[in-house]
Design a protein around this ligand. Structure first.
Ligand code: 5AD
Ligand code: SF4
Length: 423
């Protein structure tokens, strides 16, 4: 979501005559686009702001947008008095107001719903992967999560608006569409005139009709929103990639209950089985939280157990971090840092092992991959496989780089694949 927000902010500022620069001391405006999901991220934002104010041109405006802005609100001006703006994730389209009145302080952390989507200009040229948000906010209220506070209640964008954005992306260079939402598979939009209900499966079907779009994916999915229409579409729509991020968070039924994620492990496993019957080559990725309040050694072992059972790829694990405005932060049995760290190390190391095993199983296979661009040396081109693995190939000599190619995988390690283009 932050990549999308960043692209939209850049497009908006281009229209006001700004260009992007990587050189901090050249910038006339510096915007930190922030995530508040974990405490570390919030701390990092404030130390970065401290560094920026020392290094920037004295006349340059600087501020924060996104979830940390919403989390801290006006107190950010107390911590960094010369900060110019603080704009929440649903009000960053108000940024041009600071350009009109650079001597004021701009604070807006309102939850304005879908307003920003109507106000922001379209990108003139789409990147090869177009991120298209289909909803804002989340109604799930997991007890550890700050998102319902920072991004508000869940709202699904109108079906026609999303399709309009998708067609625009397709006509301006996109080859892959990635639908985004905190609870993306909960997408539900009712057309008031016809009464017709649109789901994510309808968006996928409509998008697949676009000739220039070759790959479709979506993230992030909530397990119990994985309805049969969506599972079926993995069977019928070849443009939908065989890769799904469906976080389980914990393998312990007790912990899931305390997290307010009221699905049974059996149900989760059942959904994975159904997905595998629909699409035998599908792979699943997950997010995990270790050290949630009250998590016992046995609970943690159950998390290891589910990771062994599902054989996740491309997964992320985090130490539980207490966040303001969340119920879990007030729970009594918080876990000591050293235990959290030890559990994270164990889980991470196993997830890495799973990733290596999957990467190695790809050697000898041919996969259609999408170009991400050259690596730092310029001698290699980085591609993404259908499973979002990085695949590195030698840069072609005296030939243009093709965007979508078939690659034979020749080598693999934990982090990436090597391969050769075969068409
Ligand atoms: N502490 C640790 N991890 C968290 N996540 C969300 N909230 C927290 C928290 N308080 C993780 C979840 C989620 C991912 C985006 O961030 O695993 O899926
Ligand atoms: Fe947060 Fe995801 Fe739970 Fe929503 S479903 S509250 S975004 S962790």
């Amino acid at each position: 979501m932050n990549v999308y927000d960043g692209q939209r902010i850049a497009t908006m500022l281009n229209k006001h005559g700004f260009e992007q620069t990587d050189i901090l001391t050249d910038a006339d405006i510096i915007i930190l686009n922030t995530c508040a999901v974990r405490e570390k991220a919030t701390n990092k934002v404030f130390s970065a702001l401290g560094r920026i104010r020392q290094a920037k041109k004295p006349s340059a405006l600087f501020g924060i947008v996104g979830c940390v802005a919403r989390e801290t609100g006006g107190t950010a001006f107390k911590r960094i008095p010369d900060l110019n703006f603080v704009l929440g994730p649903q009000s960053y389209h108000k940024l041009p107001e600071i350009l009109k009145n650079p001597d004021t302080k701009l604070l807006n952390i309102d939850l304005t719903g879908l307003e920003k989507f109507d106000e922001l200009p379209q990108m003139e040229k789409s990147p090869a992967v177009a991120y298209i948000p289909i909803q804002e906010g989340c109604n799930h209220c997991c007890t550890y999560c700050i998102v319902p506070y920072t991004r508000g209640r869940e709202l699904s964008r109108p079906f026609e608006d999303i399709i309009k954005d998708t067609i625009h992306a397709a006509n301006t260079g996109a080859l892959e569409i990635c639908f985004l939402g905190q609870n993306v598979n909960g997408y539900k939009y009712t057309d008031e005139t016809t009464g017709k209900i649109y789901r994510l499966s309808d968006l996928i079907k409509e998008t697949a009709k676009l000739e220039s779009i070759k790959r479709i994916r979506f993230t992030s999915s909530y397990p119990t929103e994985m309805t049969d229409d969506l599972i079926d579409i993995f069977k019928t729509e070849p443009k939908l990639l065989p890769f799904l991020n469906m976080p389980i968070q914990s393998g312990s039924q007790n912990v899931l209950t305390k997290m307010n994620r009221p699905y049974s492990l059996d149900l989760y496993i059942d959904i994975v089985d159904k997905l595998k019957s629909a699409r035998p080559d599908i792979q699943i990725s997950s997010d995990f939280i270790v050290g949630f309040p009250g998590e016992t050694d046995q609970d943690f072992e159950q998390t290891m157990e589910i990771a062994r059972k599902i054989k996740y790829i491309n997964s992320y694990s985090f130490k539980y971090s207490p966040r303001p405005h969340t119920a879990a932060a007030l729970m009594k049995d918080q876990i000591p840092e050293a235990i959290k760290a030890a559990r994270l190390a164990k889980l991470d190391s196993y997830l890495n092992e799973l990733q290596r095993a999957f990467n190695e199983s790809c050697v000898g296979k041919t996969m259609e991959c999408l170009c991400e661009g050259p690596d730092k040396t310029g001698n290699h081109i980085v591609y993404r496989t259908p499973y979002m693995q990085q695949c590195i190939v030698d840069a072609p000599k005296d030939m243009p780089v093709k965007q979508l190619v078939k690659i034979r995988i020749t080598d693999a390690n934990k982090a990436s694949l090597r391969g050769e283009v075969i068409n």
